[in-house]
Design a protein around this ligand. Sequence first.
Ligand SMILES: C[S@@+](CC[C@H](N)C(=O)[O-])C[C@H]1O[C@@H](n2cnc3c(N)ncnc32)[C@H](O)[C@@H]1O
Length: 594
Amino acid sequence: MKKARVLLKPSLLPSCLTRAKYFFSSVSQLPSISHQMETDPSSGSERYCYDPVLRWDPQVEDYFNKAYGTDHFARISKALTRPSSYSCIRVNTVKTTSDAVIEKLTKILNDSEDGLKLVQPDGSSPISKCQIPGLEYVVFVNGSGPHKIQYDFGLENPPKEVLVSRKCAEAVLRGAQVYVPGVLACTAHVEKGDAVAVCVAIEQPGDEGDWSVNMTRGTTLQGLPKDPFYCERSGLYIGMGTTMLSRAGMFRVSHGVAVDLSNRVFRLPSFHNVLEGEIFLQNLPSIVAAHALDPQKGERILDMCAAPGGKTTAIAILMKDEGEIVAADRSHNKVLDVQKLSAEMGLSCITTCKLDALKSVCLPNTLNDSKTVVNGDNSGSMTSNKEMAFDASRRPEAEKSCEKTATTEQSNGGDNVSQAEVRKNKGRLKNGRGRTQTQGGRAGTSQGFPPNSFDRVLLDAPCSALGLRPRLFAGLETVISLRNHGRYQRKMFDQAVQLVRVGGILVYSTCTINPSENEAVVRYALDKYKFLSLAPQHPRIGGPGLVGRCEFPDGYIEEWLKSGEEEMVQKFDPSSELDTIGFFIAKFSVGSKD
Ligand SMILES: C[S@@+](CC[C@H](N)C(=O)[O-])C[C@H]1O[C@@H](n2cnc3c(N)ncnc32)[C@H](O)[C@@H]1O
């Protein structure tokens, strides 16, 4: 067995370890996930193993190599192909406590076969409470891997196989089952109950610089070198399991588990449908982003790109469900997801609306034309509005009329309504239709909000998502598309900055490692809006941002942070000891806008 590789530059270790000190007192028993697996060519283990190489567009790779250094980027790239070695659970403290959740999860794991596999080498529980001050409501469940799977076949006698899509494999590596829609191909004559090796089909380069899997669903595999995708599957085996359906069944039915993957390269518990409403599976940096916003009870907060509502609900819990959070998203269906999650978690301070973040600011001359509607889902928050620091009733009538929130079509048919009607509806909805009954329905459209109408704004921007783990393919992003993400985010930022009141806070976050969407957006913001300044974040467990600039071969110059700014942001590096997704958080204080 080769030795585990050191994942951090030695010079970075002291500061990272200080940051990680609290964290690691709870996640200290994690088996290393950087072991290279033993190989034995004669047994086919070079082929039947998990050792993926993440493919990038060459220019993107070049850009990231310049930004991070070649060795560091190679480590990031490798880390992205693996799941984080633990699951992070945010406890809904409005409903329960970490201790109660730990007790319930322990029982659930003890009662399940899979739970036994998670018990740590020293026999201790894989479940622990986060030790970072202020984050005691976060619970970790350690997983393990990569495990060497005994496929028990040599090259002469290949295993029966099920080939799954990349998306399916990424979910399976995070602990999901292999569901029927994810199956692309299967060996001939597979019957229900057969032992199969599960491998993944990853996009391959085409003749015209395109990428595709190029395989028809239902393809028959023989396990022979003449199989389609034979070479490409090498090193892409994610486990061994038992088929729940015959080959014919897998391609006939539309849903259900295709393979019970009992022997996995990575073992992480699945929390699907577990303790619904009491817990939420969320990456640690996302929880930290909600803390960076530092929401206070009674404040009025805008979450501009809120769906599915992970951060919205985290913010609501930090506010003890007192105040008003407007959770907006461009997608109608996704807004319904936020409503559903809020209801499930029993949070009443969340108002939802469909709103394009690029049109979030409604200017005074549009106010007269705008429609005002009531969000039945927000009936609870209407009550708590009375206590709000930024009380809607104290805002000018013109400002209030700018808002139009969820379920409105149901209450007023989407027509313009008077304020009196609005208030009447609020009361009716509060005592009438239950929150969950609004879910089936509709998300109202907002016309935007007046400038300076929020105490705090979170812009958790749509991004290239190049920090998400595990990721098995990254070839579609080009330097141009990466720049375009940054452009889109800057436009959203232009809106966000107008909506925060003087003295308020704006948090910008992404789940990508791409500096064009992180440091370059911060540079843009600080250079354009002189009234913004970077604010300290608590807790600060991420690493520093990138200082400097990048000159591209086409002459484009991208400016990043200036010296002294790097420690004000949090950059979560997937290859660091924290073992999180790649994530970026910048917090801005809004000074006088004059
Ligand atoms: C990174 S996700 C947000 C995740 C969310 N904050 C959470 O923690 O659960 C980005 C979201 O932005 C939304 N989005 C994309 N473009 C948008 C736009 N122009 N206006 C509003 N939302 C947008 C997407 O629908 C997506 O739900």
